[in-house]
Design a protein around this ligand. Structure first.
Ligand SMILES: C[S@@+](CC[C@H](N)C(=O)[O-])C[C@H]1O[C@@H](n2cnc3c(N)ncnc32)[C@H](O)[C@@H]1O
Length: 315
């Protein structure tokens, strides 16, 4: 039995943000252990519906156990949330009352050593959320050029020693392929000058960067957020939890764009662009976790929650 120790991040804020109501149909793009999904189903009793996706079949099995008391009201799909259109079509659902996304890696995935997400436990370098996906962390570490690795560490990890670390990896892999998380963590640590090894485990940012690359976490994100927001019914809410500045910027920009309406020059007497406001932004600044939550759940420290509401009827 898989034990999920995952504490849902900003749970109350997400649930209030979704404006849940019985009879509504909700989409959870990142089911994970089903903790947020559970609350959605509980708070939309007796007849709220939930459609949820996850790339990770282990997570879906755990979510299914967690949600079993609501059998008949939820459907889980082993799918990328970016394929929401085909999932919704399969369910015969056109429009939604709410959308929730809680990006990133789950604590379950981090805790399962053999998944290779954690720099704290020695395991094969894997990091695939979908174990059927072709690209592993070992493929990235051993196959990408030094420049490409440095770019990933800089852009996805915001790692200031990106170039040195990429050079260290290329030097070491020429001797022996790097196939274990422990070895990679050692190489990263050794590549960072000793006086800069503060502010958390040295390998944290590089592991995050490789995970984002392996799972293509930023590809197609903008289109998915836009598409799901436009599937909302009037008054429906979209709540998105991000853990990385690049993700947060994408969500912020999509919300702003859909909230902007007409972009015609003010001097024109009538609108010629034809754009209408589609969303109202509920959180002008993202909601972040309070001190009490940060103390019990370290994952919440980097969480940002943005919420928007559909203002015009989906066409
Ligand atoms: C932080 S966890 C979600 C936890 C969940 N909210 C809960 O309450 O238990 C993120 C989950 O999203 C999944 N995931 C990440 N990218 C995905 C994608 N593109 N499509 C579907 N699931 C994805 C991961 O496999 C992981 O299980």
């Amino acid at each position: 039995m898989i034990a999920f120790s995952h504490i849902p991040v900003l749970l109350e804020e997400c649930m209030r943000g979704l404006n849940l109501r019985p009879g509504g149909t909700y989409f959870d793009g990142t089911a994970g252990g089903g903790n947020h999904s559970y609350e959605i189903l509980k708070r939309t009793a007796p007849d709220g519906r939930l459609i949820a996706t996850d790339l990770d079949e282990d997570a879906l099995r755990a979510a299914d156990r967690k949600l079993s008391e609501f059998a008949g009201r939820y459907r889980l799909h082993h799918a990328n949330y970016k394929d929401y259109a085909s999932v919704l079509e399969e369910e015969g659902v056109d429009r939604l009352d709410g959308v929730l996304m809680d990006f990133g890696v789950s604590s379950f995935q981090l805790d399962e050593a053999e998944r290779g997400f954690s720099y704290r436990m020695d395991a094969p370098l894997d990091m695939r959320m979908d174990r059927g996906a072709p690209l592993t962390a070992a493929d990235v570490v051993n196959g990408y050029s030094e420049e490409r690795l440095a770019g990933i560490f800089r852009d996805y990890g915001e790692e200031r020693f990106a170039k040195r670390i990429a050079a260290g990896i290329v030097r070491e892999r020429a001797k022996d392929p790097i196939v274990r998380t422990g070895r990679l963590a050692e190489i990263v640590t050794d590549s960072i000058p000793a006086k800069f090894r503060y502010g958390g485990p040295p390998a944290r940012k590089v592991f995050q960067a490789i995970r984002i690359e392996v799972n293509g976490e930023l590809e197609g994100l903008e289109e998915a957020v836009r598409g799901l927001a436009l599937r909302l019914k009037e008054g429906g809410r979209i709540c998105i939890l991000t853990f990385h500045s690049l993700e947060d910027r994408i969500v912020k920009n999509v919300f702003r764009d859909l909230a902007s309406g007409c972009v015609c020059d003010k001097s024109l007497p009538v609108c010629v662009c034809g754009r209408k406001q589609e969303l109202k932004i509920i959180t002008h600044k993202p909601i972040v976790a309070g001190e009490a939550e940060r103390e019990i759940n370290s994952r919440s420290a980097s969480a940002k929650l943005r919420i928007a509401e559909r203002v015009t009827e989906y066409r």
